[in-house]
Each structure stands twice: as structure tokens, then as C-alpha cells.
Design a protein around this ligand. Structure first.
Ligand SMILES: Nc1ncnc2c1ncn2[C@@H]1O[C@H](COP(=O)(O)OP(=O)(O)O)[C@@H](O)[C@H]1O
Ligand SMILES: [Mg+2]
Length: 221
């Protein structure tokens, strides 16, 4: 279970703290899938980074199965992020000089050795429909294909959380639909908790639950 309790976040500025999130609470069971919408600058990415333990909250707590990652040592916090959190960004963030298969294996390079990883990477690339493109470089792929590689990369450690920040923001309508299909299929098959941040009402409406971030607070839509 993922539980955010009264999460607030402000950033320091020369004129004092700038409040972004103001008491966000959210509880998600394994296998749940939600979307979060909100205007640009409303704090959607900030909330995702806090939930994914990239950024500490100013107040409140986030726990995954009762564990608050920000109570861990730096080393254990890094291991937590690597194991439990898969991120997909609007810009796929693939390494251009590496092949598709190598890109998917990147999170594994800083994890304990696992000889099954290459076979799992190939299985994930098959699942995202790219088994014929293992040796291609990102520059040889379409936008939708690159995003599907980044989804496979996010899943290589079998994380409990799959967090997607505007995953279809750079895609045409058809590719966006395919990426949404894939995310929902992965969520159903793997019981990963899926959170998708988007400004697309069409994409948001495809998730079983949808929330809106307004003035630092989260409302069910
Ligand atoms: N590191 C930071 N320092 C100061 N302000 C920040 C920082 N990160 C984000 N912000 C501000 O927080 C607000 C929310 O940002 P963000 O979470 O990226 O919004 P969204 O993803 O909804 O567009 C914005 O006004 C942004 O400028
Ligand atoms: Mg954002």
C-alpha cells in the first residue's frame, strides 16, 4: 500500500517559502491505477517526485508498505528508488549511444548482479512490442517506440510503483493511445501501483480513478 499523509511542499525563494502542495493525502493499494491532472505549475511533477522518493516533502509522510524511504540512509534510499520506483518522463531520457536492450538494462547496472536480467529485458521488450528492435539505437525509433522502451526500462527491476510524468505529452494521438493501453495492461498484469500525471483529459479519463490538483490540494474528479 502506498500512503501519502498530509504532504506539503514549499520551495525556498529569496522572498520566503513558495507553497506548492498543501496537505495532499492519498492511499493506493497494490494494483490500483490513477491519473492526476492539473494546470501547468500546479505541482503535479512535484507530487510525483515526492511519491517516488526523489524529493522529500516539507511536511507530512509518504510510506510504501509502511516504510518511509526518507528515514533510510542515503545508500538504502538509493537502493529503494532503484528497486521500488519506475519513472517514465515526457522526454524518454534514453541514452542515444546505447542500444534498445542496453537502455532497458541501465537500472540493473547499479543493482545487485542478476543473471536473469538480459532475458527479462528481452521479455519486457517483447511485451511492449519491440522484440525486433533490440539492437537499434533510440535515434532509429519513433517517439511512441522510444516511450515504450522507457516503459520497459522503468519495469526492469519489477518496481512496486510505476510513476509517469506526462508520458504521452510528446506523442501523436495514435501513439499516445498505444502507450496508455500498454500502461493499463502492465498495471493489470503486474499489480504495480500506476500513477500517471497528464494534462490530457482524454488520457486521464481512461484510468479507473482520476484526481485533480488545484491550489496544492488533490480532489477526486
Ligand atoms: N526546485 C524548485 N525550486 C523552486 N521552485 C520550483 C522547483 N521545482 C518546481 N518549482 C515550482 O513549483 C511549481 C510546481 O512545479 P511542477 O511540480 O513542475 O508543476 P507541474 O508539473 O504541475 O507543471 C512551479 O511554480 C515551479 O516553478
Ligand atoms: Mg510537470
Amino acid at each position: 500500500m502506498l500512503e501519502a499523509r498530509s504532504v506539503s511542499k514549499s520551495y525556498p525563494t529569496p522572498r520566503g517559502p513558495l507553497p506548492i502542495l498543501n496537505g495532499v493525502s492519498l492511499t493506493l493499494q497494490h494494483g490500483e491505477a490513477i491519473s492526476i491532472v492539473g494546470p501547468s505549475g500546479s505541482g503535479k511533477s512535484t507530487l510525483l517526485y515526492i511519491v517516488g522518493a526523489l524529493e522529500p516533502p516539507t511536511a507530512g509522510t509518504v510510506t510504501l508498505d509502511g516504510r518511509d524511504p526518507f528515514t533510510l540512509s542515503d545508500k538504502d534510499l538509493s537502493a529503494f528508488r532503484n528497486k521500488q520506483v519506475g519513472f517514465v518522463f515526457q522526454d524518454h531520457c534514453l541514452l542515444p549511444q546505447c542500444t534498445v536492450l542496453e537502455n532497458v538494462l541501465i537500472p540493473q547496472m547499479v543493482a545487485p548482479p542478476d543473471e536473469t536480467a538480459p532475458a527479462r529485458a528481452k521479455a519486457l521488450l517483447d511485451q511492449v512490442g519491440l522484440s525486433e528492435r533490440l539492437d537499434h539505437r533510440p535515434g532509429e525509433l519513433s517517439g511512441g517506440e522510444k516511450q515504450r522502451v522507457s516503459i520497459a526500462r522503468a519495469l526492469i527491476r519489477s518496481p512496486q510503483l510505476l510513476l509517469c510524468d506526462e508520458p504521452t505529452g510528446n506523442l501523436d494521438r495514435k501513439s499516445a493511445g498505444q502507450v496508455a493501453d500498454l500502461l493499463l495492461e502492465i498495471n493489470r498484469a503486474s499489480k504495480t501501483i500506476l500513477i500517471v500525471v497528464t494534462h490530457s483529459a482524454e488520457l486521464a479519463g481512461r484510468f479507473p480513478k482520476s484526481y485533480e490538483l488545484i491550489e496544492g490540494q488533490l480532489f477526486a474528479r
